[in-house]
Design a protein around this ligand. Structure first.
Ligand code: PEP
Ligand code: MG
Length: 550
């Protein structure tokens, strides 16, 4: 048995034979030509053929992946006709007296390099599209046929897959995709997700053509590819597959449906993430937004303080990808269990009660400012909200507000765009914040209850201490009443309230939360549809206050 690890881009487990895609491996030779006009004619015929193929691919993709997914083939058509791209090919033929294939191949490398060096991650991804379009043209010049896939359903493996290859293959014959290269935001990954086919990318060199025909299992949830799995692993994977299939059925039944109870109460169902690589899961599970973006993971994964620009690029990707759906960015929540060497924090006797979350940001204003500027800049690319963790007093909110206003003023004077109406919220994670939520509500736009910490602080049980687990009753009335009080106070001031701690996904509490008037539940993306199913089955006969949330 061999287990390879890559990046998961679409969940699900598939078992079958591995089919390693072999392309013609067309080699492009540099041939000197006397008749440039003839090369231009060949080029124009190839362009027409490529355009027809791309139109056909668009038509094939449309029912399979929808307008959004199929759009890539319209973009490819535009690339074929792009003036700069055409001119580059023509100039190379004219100035170097070479064959059209060679001119396309040089243009491909030049344009791909140019895209891959761009700052915008979306534009960088376009390098793969230029390669795809150029290879199609080269293939058309050589009168080539399309690629041949497997005759019976199989796990498709390849060094990389272009969007056109992904769509061109017969969907009925694809159990999963597994590639050596690729990136999570590439169109191939997006298409795989749209088709709902388990997919793993970035498996590296160990995925080899020699594996063609081997028995394999692709786990699109973990990103693991098993070659010739042993009995024990196979049994565990089949179990997982059963669960994954059930989830898929859920997806098919509940995707696109509103989160409305039988008596008409609408609930916002959002996701918790800590990294843009999880955005695929958020979209795949039809989440309505992001209720908690744990920004500290950017800092935890970094060797030194991430710069404003680095942070901005990440927040922008998240805001842009969510395309107008609300993204609640939580500011840095370092300290307690999340320690970072380069912060050089003082050693504390009780770090969970020390300088953590917003307290740390108040103590280290420069770090705070950098993050707030980056978040504000990203806010003009979507619907962002900023949320502050670990609040216990009103003055801390005022300090956070002052820092935000300072960052806004700086950006305004620099002429940098940001959302002037960006929502400002706090987490309810301390009993103090819950108890004085009536005084805190007028200072903010929303509350989000961090039940993990609220439980820890209300019950005085260290959330990290396994030995104390029996003292940590997550359904403890003390915690539930603190949440209820916060909801009552939020609504009394016309503010919305969500829950983003683990308890939000506890199905045995959903009804109670909704009866309290909780407006939003933010859970791990994979929980979304289960929760939606339950919400749609609930009937809240008691009257529950409607709120300002939307
Ligand atoms: C919480 O405390 O419930 C929460 C969501 O924050 P974290 O788990 O990141 O502390
Ligand atoms: Mg917390």
């Amino acid at each position: 048995m061999q287990i390879m690890k890559g990046k998961p881009v679409c969940g699900g487990v598939a078992e079958g034979k591995l089919f390693y895609l072999k392309r013609g491996g067309r080699q492009v030779l540099r041939v000197s030509v006397d008749d440039a006009a003839h090369e231009h004619e060949r080029m124009s015929a190839a362009r027409e053929k490529a355009l027809n193929e791309l139109k056909a691919l668009y038509d094939k993709a449309l029912p399979e992946v929808g307008e959004q997914g199929a759009m890539i083939f319209e973009i490819h058509q535009m690339m074929v006709e792009d003036e700069d791209y055409r001119e580059s090919i023509e100039n190379i033929i004219n100035t170097q007296s070479v064959n059209a294939e060679y001119a396309v191949s040089v243009t491909k490398e030049n344009f791909a390099k140019m895209f891959s060096e761009m700052e915008d991650p979306y534009m960088r991804e376009r390098a793969a599209d230029v390669r795809d379009v150029s290879d199609r043209l080269i293939n058309c010049l050589a009168g080539g046929q399309g690629l041949t896939g497997p005759e019976t359903p199989a796990i498709i493996a390849a060094d990389d897959l272009t969007p056109s290859e992904t769509v061109q293959l017969d969907k009925e014959k694809i159990l999963a995709f597994a590639t050596s290269g690729g990136s999570t935001n590439s169109h191939t990954a997006i298409l795989a997700r749209t088709m709902g086919i388990p997919a793993i990318i970035g498996l590296g060199e160990s995925l080899a053509a020699e594996m063609h025909g081997a028995d394999a299992v692709a786990d699109g949830n973990t990103g693991e590819l098993y070659i010739e799995p042993d009995e024990e692993s196979l049994a565990a994977l089949r179990d997982k597959k059963r669960l994954a299939d059930e989830h898929k059925a859920l997806l098919e039944e509940y995707k696109g449906k509103p989160n409305v109870t039988l008596d008409g109460r609408e609930v916002l169902l959002y996701s918790n993430i800590g990294n843009p690589s999880e955005l695929g899961l958020v979209l795949q599970n039809d989440s309505g937004g992001i209720g908690l973006f744990r920004s500290e993971f950017i800092f935890l994964e970094s060797e030194d303080f991430p710069t404003e620009e680095q942070q901005f690029q990440i927040y922008k990707t998240v805001a842009q990808t969510m395309a107008g759906k609300r993204v609640v960015f939580r500011t840095l929540d370092i300290g307690a269990d999340k320690q970072i060497g380069y912060f050089k924090l003082d050693k504390e006797e009780n770090p969970a009660l020390g300088i953590r979350g917003l307290r740390l940001c108040i103590e280290r204003p420069a770090i705070f400012k950098t993050q707030l500027r980056a978040l504000l800049r990203a806010s003009s690319f979507g619907k962002a909200a900023i949320m502050f963790p670990m609040v216990s007093s009103a003055w801390e909110i005022e300090a956070a507000r002052a820092a935000l206003e300072e960052a806004k003023a700086e950006l305004s004077s620099e002429g940098v765009l940001y959302d002037r109406d960006i929502e400002f919220g706090i987490m309810i994670e301390t009993p103090a914040a819950a108890l004085i939520s009536g005084e805190l509500a007028p200072l903010v736009d929303f509350f989000s209850v961090g039940t993990n910490d609220l439980t820890q602080y209300a019950l005085a049980v260290d959330r990290q201490n396994h030995k104390a687990e029996r003292y940590c009753d997550t359904h403890h009335e003390a915690v539930l009443r603190l949440i209820e009080l916060s909801a009552k106070n939020a609504h009394a001031h016309g503010k919305w309230i969500g829950i983003c701690g683990e308890l939000a996904g506890d199905l045995s509490l959903t009804e109670r939360f909704l009866r309290m008037g909780i407006d939003e539940l933010s859970v791990s993306p994979a929980k979304t549809l289960e929760l939606r199913r339950l919400i749609r089955e609930l009937d809240l006969t008691a009257t529950v206050a409607k709120t300002a949330a939307q």
